[in-house]
Design a binder for this molecule. Structure first.
Ligand code: ATP
Ligand code: MG
Length: 156
């Protein structure tokens, strides 16, 4: 299955759990988790983030979908586009996000390297950007991969 076919499966079936993804013939492989999401690798270069429900809502997923859409749709924020995860599929109702897999880890000792990006993203409303919420693309580009703490008080 190609990555495009995998995304199509999400768009057509809206699976909301690991079991439902497996029933569609997908094989998500666990990579990591944070306080709010479990993250699995899928296909060639995808990850699926499965949100944790709290009081009937998937707050971090909802925030993240909104943040990604706002940033990627804004020409004014173009300089951030390559530094913010893409949204291949996002569902606020089921708490599922499909995005790109980033191979490179960022370590606490690399903090100096991304301090500017962190400060700059903070100024547009993205909070909680410590090193575990960044990864590196194959070419070394730093990418914020967790926009779960986003407040859009500011007009982007
Ligand atoms: N696109 C990705 N590519 C590779 N690894 C990823 C990706 N997205 C997430 N991860 C890994 O999964 C971990 C958890 O993901 P994420 O930060 O989105 O979850 P979270 O529960 O919202 O985290 P937090 O505890 O910061 O709220 C990340 O720290 C990272 O190690
Ligand atoms: Mg995180």
């Amino acid at each position: 299955m190609t990555d495009r076919e995998i995304v199509n499966l999400f768009e057509q079936n809206h699976p909301s759990s690991l079991e439902q993804m497996q029933a569609l013939g997908l094989n998500p492989v666990y990579i990591a988790h944070g306080g709010n999401r479990q993250v699995y690798r899928l296909g060639q270069s995808l990850v699926v983030k499965i949100g944790r429900e709290y009081e009937g809502k998937y707050l971090q997923t909802v925030n993240e979908i909104r943040a990604i859409q706002k940033i990627h749709q804004s020409p004014r924020l173009e300089k951030y586009h390559k530094h913010v995860l893409p949204l291949f599929y996002g569902n606020a109702e089921t708490g599922i996000i499909v995005t790109k897999y980033y191979p490179g880890e960022v370590k606490a000792s690399d903090e100096g390297k991304f301090q500017n990006l962190m400060d700059s993203l903070q100024s547009i409303g993205v909070q909680d950007l410590f090193y575990a919420n960044f990864r590196q693309d194959a070419d070394g580009t730093l990418v914020a991969i967790d926009l779960g703490f986003y407040t859009d008080e500011e007009e982007l």
